[in-house]
Ligand binder design. Sequence first.
Ligand SMILES: [Zn+2]
Length: 414
Amino acid sequence: MIRTVHRAKYVLADPDLVLQNAAVHVSSPGRISRIEPWQGAPASPDINVVDWGSAVIMPGLVNAHAHLELTCLQGRLVRFSSFCDWLSQLILQRRQWKREDYIESARRGCEMAVNSGTTLIGDISASGVSWEALRSTRLRKVVFEEALSFLPERAGEILASLEDRLNKREPDALLCPGISPHAPYSVSAQLFRPLCALARRTSLPLAIHAAETQEELEFLDSGTGEFREFLTTLGVLPDAYQPPRMKPIPYLENLGILESPVLLIHCNYLDPESMAIILRSRSSVVYCPRSHAFFGHAEHPVRKLLDLGINVALGTDSLASNDSLSLLDEMRFLYRVRKDLKSCEIFRMATLNGAAALGFGASAGRLRCGYWADMTVIELTGETGPKNLTAQIVEGNGKWYATIVQGETAASRG
Ligand SMILES: [Zn+2]
């Protein structure tokens, strides 16, 4: 059995644990068997040594929220008058796409993610083709099959089609399915409940876009505003629609959806009651800093969420509202715009918190014996020694060098 050893000048096992001139040993099937000081290349022909020189080996970066199938929309939706206008443009663009376009788009996105250090991604697929598109890619993925319909009478049909999709899925070591009821303004209560029950019955993770815009809050509270117009134009607002007169998170709790942890995407607008519900349900929040800035939202409650002990992960969202799928770019942007966050917090959000949010907190997000050998290699651009290595990476001293998944090099520069 051939074992692989990855050696580098620094191994950053955790934000505050640096080993100098060290090696990560990988055993079959792609798990870390030990991390120790480098003692020279072993003579055994059964050991494959990969020497990353003066670089840093760190835990693989985790993108907890993306829509890889929208990668081809990069730079296409930059002029819009409101979130609903942006959504309308997105729907129009997608209507022209064929199945092959989605496949090509998802594969391109995946390549961008791997080529910038991502080892694990939570991807949302509305088209249903991402599973096939991403199956052979060398990146660990949770593909959330998205379901949406605001018309109660369509709930049964949408549920049956989603179950059918899921029944055909055969997970492998790098690919697992999840379920994503899109959002409180696009999924009827009649569809939300059975989707949630299905996720529980099949033990699949659940991801929901929630509390993303002020307009969503207004619509759930009073049934008025831009979302009313948007849904009416689409012909999907039931004549008898009655708003729940609640904020999005209490509404999800009221539907019984937060009885177990959920991946809550965005959560840009939360009041103290909503935060308390998220904490109680042990749900995670995915914050997408550059997408958040793209839409010009009010300051994200990330500081309060972290202080409460809520697990906050990072996501890039899609290239329809971001300019790269790089978690390094995301961390550095966040460091620049949020001076109330420490580098080590940002680092954890992009590694361990992301892994935990996707249900892999005990096997990814840090370098430990028994964990997956999923690692990102960073080349320092200015050598300042091992002190504050985490801060150096988050603040911008370093560029992507390689992505290692299951102990094997999935991509490297040059
Ligand atoms: Zn999204």
